[in-house]
Design a protein around this ligand. Sequence first.
Ligand code: PGA
Length: 126
Amino acid sequence: MRIALIAHDEKKDDLIGFARNHEARLAQFDLIATGTTGARLMDATDLDVERKASGPLGGDMMIGAEVATGDCEAIVFIRDVLTAQPHEPDISALMRICDVHDVPLATNLSTAEHVIDGLAAEHDLD
Ligand code: PGA
């Protein structure tokens, strides 16, 4: 039970709000995150998060590798689509590998709510 949490800078507050709302559920998963997102999550919550490299330095690809090996079962990736990202190719690659392996990928908060509800039901969590 391992899921990844990622947010672009302008969306990190949104992801933290989501993580706070679902902290009890999220605590039951192994959590991974890109570097800055992971640090912010651990500052703002009691969640334990394995931090990969920062997104622009390869963190999205590290998470994509876990998707490819079947180790990551879902991703919440709250993207800032109004700002150009230097690592756009890595972001596209992460989304692609999720589609290759049929791994749920929520790119906005509304979908993230459905994904967390689905995971909780699937794993019989409160
Ligand atoms: P960060 O990376 O959590 O290190 O900011 C996120 C991203 O931009 O992909």
